[in-house]
Design a protein around this ligand. Structure first.
Ligand code: AMP
Ligand code: ZN
Length: 492
């Protein structure tokens, strides 16, 4: 008997716009595909937020006992600067600017991506396929789409015929757009002259002579369109129709819309039963984005080496901060938010560490089995992690009451409480068990940061006696303050 057999999961499906009961195609098995990074630069925290949300979802499904095949790709070719099939390939451009091979770009940023995800305690996906490793599959897919009458070749490039497709299918159903509105709103962009209509999108692009990343095909030496790789790789590993497809909200259109069109055109079936979209991470109220440069990279947040935040934050605090809002809400990254998460995380750790020392009583003053089901209900409700965390804090309160002899639990209930808290905290939320001494160091660093701030205020008020006193007394305790041009840091 697996846990999932007693739980009913509701998933918000972007396609229907409502929560739906989750019913996997094959009982006990889940196929999940998430669009991975385009490896042309370091991942920023916005990218990480989306992947982290799906990491938590993957973890929960596994915790329930599902056998999950989780596929998250690496885009190492075909993603052009402009969504409308124009501009340079992002990876080629980086290679040109840095005068290195495109595959060196891919290697560098794939390694960076893996390092960051390991640091942040991600589970690796079951399969991590690359676009360049699936060129043959993509060419085969294009042939089928042409044979089925939904694509055409012009001058060595192949385009998907959106207008033709829309006669028999519904282009725009995921992003709730109508083709007529798209026609009305699209400007003809440079480089699109080969297309019958500006709404058509590239399945294969003939490479210009200077384009390095190129492969032979029946139409030209060229490269696949960006949307195609995800259709080729998801259906190869999960089947023509699979359970869950995820990605950031910004990928709904055109990327995911085009994936649906490609699959329906090639295979005659809708590829995905549940489309899930994670909402955007903001920094200072503005979407975090590589294009605008409004970004913080995970290593900058982990080291404290950035201009936005007062201190460094640990991987678990970043994970905890992320889980404190629903994956479907916009999340604003702020220092206050992170500080509050840090406090909450250590409160949770303190309670978990004291679980082993709690004495069982003869009666239970708290309904543990009801509480346990509430934890599951929260996650069953479209993976509502903030509600789960609220329930975990209810347990923290009980733990502290038991310590103060104001509550009691029988040994059976105590075991269930322990097991459930550990499972949700570490297995599902993916937080790292942080020992008391590490927690102590974090708290100490918080206290020193506060003293640094007070010293700055004293200096601003020209109270140099106080500012010197803070510096000297800290030095006497072995804490050295170092004044630099970007502020004051400390060393032990
Ligand atoms: P990219 O490497 O640009 O293809 O993006 C990789 C993933 O990160 C995609 O699923 C995007 O939707 C997601 N993403 C990009 N920016 C943000 C953001 N600010 N917040 C959350 N997810 C994002
Ligand atoms: Zn994709």
């Amino acid at each position: 008997m697996q846990l999932y057999q007693n739980q009913t999961i509701q998933i918000y499906n972007s396609l229907s716009g409502k929560k739906e009961k989750f019913q996997p195609i094959e009982a006990g098995y889940v196929g999940m595909y998430v669009c991975g990074p385009t490896v042309y630069s370091n991942v920023h925290l916005g990218n990480v937020r989306t992947f982290m949300s799906f990491d938590m979802i993957y973890r929960y499904l596994k915790h329930l006992g599902f056998k999950v095949r989780y596929v998250r790709n690496i885009t190492d070719a075909g993603h052009l600067e402009n969504d409308a099939d124009a501009g340079e390939d992002k990876i080629t451009k980086k290679a040109r600017l840095e005068q290195i091979e495109p595959m060196e770009v891919v290697q560098r940023y794939t390694v960076d991506f893996h390092n960051i995800l390991n640091t942040l305690n991600f589970l690796p996906p079951s399969i991590e396929p690359t676009a360049t490793g699936h060129i043959i599959e993509q060419i085969e897919l294009i042939k089928t789409i042409i044979d089925n009458g939904f694509a055409y070749e012009v001058n060595g490039s192949v385009y998907f015929d959106v207008h033709k497709f829309n006669e028999s299918n519904e282009y725009g159903k995921l992003s709730k757009r109508k083709l007529e509105d798209l026609i009305h709103n699209t400007r003809a962009l440079e480089g699109q002259s080969d297309k019958k209509n500006p709404q058509d999108f590239a399945l294969w692009k003939k490479a210009e002579p200077q384009h390095i990343m190129r492969w032979p095909s029946p139409w030209s030496d060229g490269f696949p369109g960006w949307h195609l790789e995800c259709t080729a790789m998801s259906t190869k590993y999960l089947g023509d129709n699979f359970d869950i497809h995820g990605g950031g909200m910004d990928l709904k259109f055109p990327h995911h819309e085009c994936e649906i069109a490609q699959s329906e055109a090639a295979k005659g079936v809708s590829p995905v039963n549940y489309w899930m979209h994670a909402n955007m991470l903001q920094l200072n109220g503005q979407r975090m984005s590589k294009t605008t440069g409004n970004t913080v990279n995970p290593d900058e947040l982990l080291s404290g080496n950035n201009k936005f935040f007062s201190k460094a934050y640990s991987p678990s605090v970043i994970r905890f901060f992320n889980a404190q809002s629903s994956y479907r809400s916009v999340l604003d990254l702020t220092d206050d938010g992170l500080l509050a998460s840090e406090k909450g995380f250590y409160r949770l750790m303190d309670a978990i560490h004291s679980l082993d020392d709690l004495q069982a009583g003869s009666i239970s003053t708290f309904n543990v089995s009801e509480w346990k089901q509430k934890c599951y209900d929260a996650m069953n409700d479209d993976f509502n992690s903030p509600i789960l965390i609220a329930h975990l804090f209810e347990a923290v309160k009980v733990v502290n009451q038991i310590k103060d002899n104001k509550a009691s639990l029988t040994s059976e209930d105590l075991d269930v409480l322990k097991q459930t808290m550990n499972a949700f905290t570490f297995d599902v939320l993916g937080l790292i068990n942080t020992s008391q001494s590490e927690a102590g160091t974090e708290k100490l660093s918080g206290a020193v940061e506060l003293l640094i701030q007070l010293r700055q205020e004293a200096r601003a008020n020209k109270d140099f006696a106080l500012s010197d006193k803070i510096r000297d007394e800290l030095a006497a305790k072995g804490i050295q303050l170092n004044d630099g041009k970007d502020g004051t840091t400390f060393s032990l």
